[in-house]
Design a binder for this molecule. Structure first.
Ligand code: SAM
Length: 326
């Protein structure tokens, strides 16, 4: 799941304005801060180099995660053709690019973000987008404020933001987003803490009468025992251009782990089962760990005797619906 070429080249151009050492120092500082996982009382990104470093090292990864999630939503909601999208805490606009990649129907894109420098870079990157919707996006400075209604939108996203909010703000924020979006999509890092925030938001969205679209194949209580396991998925992305230099890694790819929930005001189809782990492939058989539509966790083994289903099991991946959609 690579960045779109127009975004990649705009990002490389912007990053070339900074000495590599300055970006690497900012990346170190930001990644240490994000690993701490505590809520932020003041914005974590402060300077131009912070914002550029965030864009360089996190946009490719958050794009891969958000795009994977939105593509999954589109698969289960083929009739959902959003025109408007509001992304809250949108930083440099990653989720806008992902949404525009998933739905060509989008015409009104809005980012709400507290850091002016992030908005400025996001606006600059979007100015070279091929998509007219991205080029005409609205970049609005604002803080999450559940007392002020968000503009209504077909799609509302909150990507890698819940964890930065004080705990007391999280459920009010979820209610605020759900009040304005027909489809609400929340994405968090694929860590136990990120999953825990998603699990709480999932329960809240169900209490509010929302219908789950993905990843859950059911609306029962989440069967994953919190504390010992967590529901998360993975998106592989290439490390290219400035991203590779900043990461100073030897690998030419990375795997971004994420947890998510997508919920709609109207009931839509869902997966029959969701694959929760890398399928275990042995000679003549494939074992799948599943979350099933009866609300339970299960394991199934598909063997050569299952014919076409076995071939599908050989090809399937962690996070996919099972059986595959025809
Ligand atoms: C980890 S970054 C994620 C950026 C982007 N959503 C992404 O997926 O790449 C978190 C963003 O949320 C913004 N943010 C955090 N708390 C906020 C608040 N109370 N109001 C508005 N933006 C906020 C931060 O400034 C930052 O840009």
């Amino acid at each position: 799941m690579a960045l779109p070429t127009d975004l990649q080249s705009a990002l490389d151009t912007e990053l070339r304005r900074f000495p590599n050492q300055e970006l690497s120092r900012a990346v170190d500082r930001l990644s240490t801060r994000y690993r701490e996982g505590r809520a932020a009382t003041t914005p974590i990104m402060n300077s131009d180099s912070d914002v550029a470093a965030y864009a360089g090292y996190r946009m490719p990864a958050t794009y891969a995660a958000v795009r994977a999630v939105l593509d999954e939503v589109a698969t289960f909601a083929p009739e959902f053709s959003p025109k408007s999208h509001v992304d809250v805490g949108g930083g440099t606009g990653t989720a806008l690019w992902a949404a525009a990649g998933t739905w060509s129907t989008l015409t009104e894109l809005t980012v709400v973000e507290q850091v002016e420098k992030a908005l400025a870079l996001g606006r600059k990157l979007a100015a070279s987008a091929k998509s007219p919707a991205l080029r005409s996006a609205t970049w609005r400075r604002g803080v999450i404020d559940p007392k002020t209604p968000l503009p209504a939108a077909d799609l509302v996203t909150l990507s890698y933001v819940l964890g930065e909010l004080p705990e007391a703000m999280r459920s009010r924020t979820v209610a605020w987003l759900a009040a304005s979006g027909a489809m609400v999509v929340l994405i968090e890092p694929g860590t136990p803490a990120g999953y825990s925030r998603i699990a709480e938001a999932r329960a809240q969205l169900l209490d509010m009468g929302r219908s789950l679209v993905a990843p859950c194949p059911h609306e029962h209580a989440c069967p994953i025992p919190r504390g010992s396991d967590w529901c998360h998925f993975s998106a592989r992305l290439p490390r290219v251009g400035a991203h590779r230099l900043i990461k100073e890694g030897t690998l030419n790819f990375e795997d971004e782990k994420f947890s998510y929930v997508a919920a709609s005001t109207v009931p839509l189809s869902r997966a029959e089962n969701r694959i929760l782990r890398h399928p275990l492939k042995r000679k003549g058989l494939v074992s799948l760990q599943l979350c099933s539509n009866d609300g339970a966790l299960s394991e199934t083994t598909v063997t050569k005797r299952h014919g076409p289903l076995y071939r599908a099991a050989r090809d399937t991946t962690w996070g996919s619906p099972w059986p595959p959609l025809s």
